[in-house]
Design a protein around this ligand. Structure first.
Ligand SMILES: Cc1cc2nc3c(=O)[nH]c(=O)nc-3n(C[C@H](O)[C@H](O)[C@H](O)COP(=O)(O)OP(=O)(O)OC[C@H]3O[C@@H](n4cnc5c(N)ncnc54)[C@H](O)[C@@H]3O)c2cc1C
Length: 430
């Protein structure tokens, strides 16, 4: 859809003036960062104003506060380059890091490599500067106090107002600045693969890595058949040796700031694997590829192959990983569709899965079939206890026991955006 206008503000004040005007005239606004969202949230509506935020590109490091503040146009790639000379990093990277903005990722509450230890990006956020739909500017976290030395505490001044905007998909206001935690950069890594003959052992392995404080920055559980599929596609590019993969493989990158910690963690991972009756496979190229090229390679490969897909991001507990996998295969079989599933351990006790359902965009019937399969899968996953990390409309359709929650979300939206100008329809269909 062609928008009515595209504007490229260079300051928070300009964003504020744009929103005040749009609100007065009741014009729809679509905030846009890197435009890399995979679920169409930045597709303009007719006669809307697209507010492209890439000119908000300032960064400020607060070294003594272990934090950094970035404008809404700063990508993870640019931020990483900025922090590197100080031997610092933000340890979570979406695989779209070279194009996706930090603010856009906060707006979707993304996750990625690094999340297996640190959680989703929400866990890094110390405060936000937000322009509300009526043009008012608010600051959350410790920086709400203009005398504060900078961002050092998110849960300041009562309820977690910062959290209100995380995952709000541009439907409650425009985030113009994000303040994040920074950490000392890690230089010690261990890469390894661990094989299991049944999913419950592999799931238990993931849980025990967390229980024993093994600093697994990125831990991915692959079904053998999916791993073979990935290896056909990417194995040569990554230099991954041919291997007879077992039924379940866990690919793990452990990272530490100190070498003695790393050695201890690597030994612990092997011990846990053996105690569970698993096999230390020792193919290191797979996790090494995942981690060292975390900012782009795996994701690029999907595009290079020209697929079209519908994706269904969700979180499941590691111990119930198989429940998601079972439902995904059932739906693929029922609709006769192709797809695959990737994912990674995320945070305290969650596993982030993203099944993809492929279709040929030239075949409208197949596309409709993929849509129906997608909607059914969302319902089935919900019934297994899974939760979405984006409150996309297909997660709420038909889920009766969410009605009260959704009504509350709608009332928050009405309160902040009574004219409904901000990216309508993307969050819970509101
Ligand atoms: C190859 C590839 C790999 C990917 N890998 C990952 C991954 O590992 N992890 C992950 O989480 N995602 C991943 N994604 C999805 C995507 O990159 C993320 O959703 C990303 O956070 C979007 O950021 P963006 O700057 O491109 O935002 P956009 O796509 O421009 O916008 C996304 C949403 O946020 C809103 N928005 C954007 N900026 C603002 C703002 N400043 N204030 C308020 N609302 C705003 C938009 O309105 C829209 O609803 C991947 C995408 C691609 C193409």
């Amino acid at each position: 859809m062609t928008p009515g206008a595209v504007v490229r503000p260079a300051s928070t004040e300009e964003v504020s003036r744009i929103l005040r005007f749009a609100n007065d005239e009741a014009i729809t606004v679509i905030p846009r960062g890197g435009g890399s969202s995979l679920q169409g949230e930045v597709i303009p509506k007719a006669d809307s104003i697209v507010v492209e935020l890439m000119r908000l590109d300032r960064m400020a490091l607060h070294e003594n506060l272990r934090s950094v503040t970035v404008g809404a146009g700063v990508t993870y790639g640019v931020l990483d380059k900025f922090l590197k000379p100080n031997d610092l990093w933000v340890p979570i990277y979406p695989e779209s890091s070279l194009v996706c903005t930090v603010a856009g990722n906060v707006a979707v509450n993304g996750a990625g490599p690094g999340s297996s230890t640190y959680g989703s990006i929400a866990e890094m956020v110390l405060g936000l500067e937000v322009v509300l739909p009526n043009g008012e500017i608010i600051q959350t976290g410790s920086e709400a106090n203009p005398n504060a030395p900078g961002p050092f505490m998110r849960y300041a001044f009562g309820p977690d107002i910062t959290g209100l905007f995380i995952g709000s998909l541009g439907s409650l206001g425009i985030i113009t600045k994000v303040s994040l935690k920074v950490f000392k950069r890690m230089h010690h890594f261990d890469y390894n693969t661990y094989g299991f003959d049944d999913s419950s052992k592999a799931e238990r392995f993931l849980l025990e890595l967390r229980n024993n404080d093994v600093n697994a920055l990125f831990a991915t559980l692959y079904e053998g058949r999916i791993l073979n599929f990935f290896m056909d596609m990417l194995g040569d590019e990554y230099g991954i040796p041919k291997h007879e993969w077992p039924a379940y493989t866990v690919s793990v990158t452990i990272g530490r700031t100190r070498e003695d910690q790393l050695i201890s963690d690597a030994e612990e991972a092997k011990r846990i694997c053996s105690e569970l009756g698993g096999e230390v496979i020792g193919v290191r190229e797979l996790p090494r590829g995942e981690w060292t090229d975390r900012m782009w390679v795996f994701a690029r490969s999907s595009y290079a192959h020209g697929w079209h897909w519908r994706i269904l991001y969700h979180h499941q507990t590691p111990i119930n990983w198989h429940k998601s996998i079972d439902e995904i295969w059932k739906v693929m079989d029922k609709y006769g569709l192709l797809g695959h599933t990737a994912g990674f351990l995320t945070d305290h006790s969650s596993y982030n899965l993203y099944p993809m359902i492929f279709f040929d965009p030239a075949d409208k019937e197949e596309e409709q079939k993929a849509r129906r399969a997608h909607a059914e899968l969302a319902l089935r996953l919900y019934e297994t206890g899974a939760v979405p990390f984006k409150l996309a409309p297909y997660w709420v359709d038909g889920v009766k026991d969410l009605e009260r929650y959704i009504e509350f979300v709608k009332s928050v939206k009405r309160l902040l955006d009574p004219k409904g100008i901000m990216n309508p329809g993307v969050m819970a269909g509101v």
